[in-house]
Write a protein that binds this ligand. Structure first.
Ligand code: HEM
Length: 491
């Protein structure tokens, strides 16, 4: 330890006494600023201090692999903040649980329903969701964002709880969406003073300055509803003996065998709610990036359609069984994830012991941020990274190129890597294939008949999506429109 104490922390912008990097810590689109700092300091790792909190940002695939994967026993913890863990009810969420037995038990149970060989079980329901999306796009194309959101949320609710929600104002779907809303506000360390000064949590709600406690209490009601309302529907159906098979009822089959029933039921509530919480926004944002890319790079739509017409023809829609024969669509799904990951800084990890890396000292308790955006836009891995180009994942003869790394960093790192990524991958693939088979995506016209140009302009925060995106979805032909309508009759 004497040797370690002589080692330096990784480089980073200069610090002030006490506040550290408070004034030069990136605010807004931090992933781009971290990428610039990484070039400026010629270092894969950057070090920041915000008061007594230490943050290391990882900006290269090699360092990410070395730390998150090869030293996963050190780099897999999460920061336990007062707002998340104690005040708003998010302690139930697998993504924010501390690394340890409780997280392991939840992740294992989640994994058995979302591992690669389980996903084909959901193909019929995913297909129905995409067919409904195509029909909604045909009716009200300008509401594409709402339709994509409904597809993502309703498909998950059905698979997990056997709840098939209504398209508008479904109480369960609305409760689930409201519950998710607050997470992105509170998850970033430093958003609330109480996370840095935990003693503030003892302030009574009526106390001046304790608005955070009143806000937390309001959020907790919604977060509890997100976990409990859909679960209660599934539990009631299971109790009645008439439940449609779904993940919740399959998990409940083992309730009577559990040594501690209350504990087991708590796990079932957490695991089932997780798919909606983690999967809805991320899938919606990723598909919104797909729409933007299609408007900005129309030649990619053309290339995709050539593949669809060649492999599938024009008298049926693509299916999962076509995937092997459609490498361009797979490459496009990869490129959507690479070009602009929905969670550009993934979810921060935390070190559980002191560590040294390449001569630098990384203390226990340091927040470790994986800069997925910088890694996926590293020109050494992906030449011309700012251009959306699915062919970068293909060989000259159009096959998937095993030498080009898949954009897995869009799903995070090491042992905490997204547990729903195989499911997400299938949903993305099928949506992209079916939408491009029947629609032209175009930039719309404004009231004066001028084209509303699509821009790569993204929101900031934990989740990132194109701002104010407008698009039109025009059926490729009258036959395509007929095929869309018929798709629901077949479902
Ligand atoms: C395109 C869609 C998606 C993206 C981009 C995405 C991205 C991510 C990222 C970046 C993380 C954090 C990883 C880390 O800490 O290093 C994560 C965690 C997680 N995701 Fe996803 N995700 C997506 C879809 C889904 C879906 C559909 C599900 C569920 C069916 C899901 C379930 C989870 C779970 C359970 C975790 C927590 C892992 C843990 O902390 O152990 N995700 N996801």
């Amino acid at each position: 330890s004497r040797k370690r104490s002589t080692l330096k922390n990784p480089p980073g912008p200069p610090q002030l006494p006490i506040v550290g990097n408070l004034l030069n810590f990136p605010r807004g689109h931090d992933w781009i600023q971290f990428q610039k700092y990484s070039k400026e300091f010629n270092s894969d790792l950057l070090y920041f201090r915000l008061f007594w909190n230490r943050v290391v940002v990882v900006n290269s695939a090699k360092a990410a692999r070395d730390l998150f994967e090869k030293r996963s026993n050190v780099y897999s913890d999460r920061e336990k903040t007062v707002m998340v863990y104690e005040l708003t009810g998010w302690h139930r969420n697998i993504a924010v649980m501390e690394y340890g037995d409780r997280w392991r038990m939840h992740r294992r149970n989640f994994h058995q329903y979302f591992r690669p060989d389980a996903i084909p079980n959901y193909h019929p329901r995913v297909t129905l969701g995409v067919h409904r999306l195509l029909n909604s796009l045909l009716e009200t194309p300008e509401e594409f964002a709402t339709h994509i959101r409904f597809m993502s949320g309703s498909t998950t609710l059905d698979i997990v709880y056997a709840i098939d929600p209504m398209p508008k104002h479904d109480p369960i779907l609305e409760a689930a969406e409201e519950g998710v809303e607050c997470l992105s506000e509170i998850i970033n360390a430093g958003s609330y003073l109480v996370d840095s000064v935990p003693i503030l949590k003892y302030l009574p709600e009526w106390f001046p300055g304790a608005e955070f406690k009143r806000q937390a209490a309001r959020w907790k009601e919604k977060v509890d509803a997100l976990h409990l309302r859909p679960y209660e529907v599934a539990k009631k159906a299971w109790d009645s003996g008439n439940a449609k098979p779904c993940i919740a009822t399959t998990l409940l089959e083992n309730l009577d065998k559990a040594a501690d029933k209350a504990d087991y039921e708590d796990m079932v509530i957490n695991v089932t709610a997780m798919a909606f919480q983690a999967g809805t926004d991320t899938t919606v944002l990723t598909l919104t990036t797909f729409v933007l890319a299609m408007l900005m790079f129309p030649e990619c739509q053309k290339a995709a359609r050539e593949e669809i017409d060649r492999v599938v023809g024009r008298d049926r829609l693509p299916e999962f069984s076509d995937r092997e024969s459609m490498p361009y669509i797979t490459a496009m799904a990869h490129e959507v994830l690479r070009w602009h990951p929905a969670v550009p800084l993934a979810v921060p990890h935390k070190t559980s012991t002191d560590d040294t890396y390449e001569g630098y000292f990384i203390p226990k308790g340091t927040i470790i941020v994986g800069n997925s955006y910088a890694i996926l836009r590293d020109e050494k891995r992906y030449p011309n990274p700012e251009v959306f180009d699915p062919t970068r994942f293909l060989t000259k003869d159009g096959k998937l190129n095993p030498d080009v790394p898949d954009p897995t960093e869009a799903f995070g790192f090491g042992r905490r890597i997204c547990a729903g990524r195989h499911f997400a991958d299938h949903v993305l693939w099928l949506t992209i294939a079916k939408v491009l088979a029947v629609f032209h995506l175009e930039e719309p016209l404004d009231a004066q008949g001028r084209v509303i140009k699509a821009k790569e302009d993204y929101t900031t925060g934990m989740f990132s999506m194109p701002k104010n995106l407008k698009a039109t979805f025009k059926p490729r032909s009258s036959d395509a429109a007929k095929m869309i309508r018929a798709s629901l009759a077949d479902a």
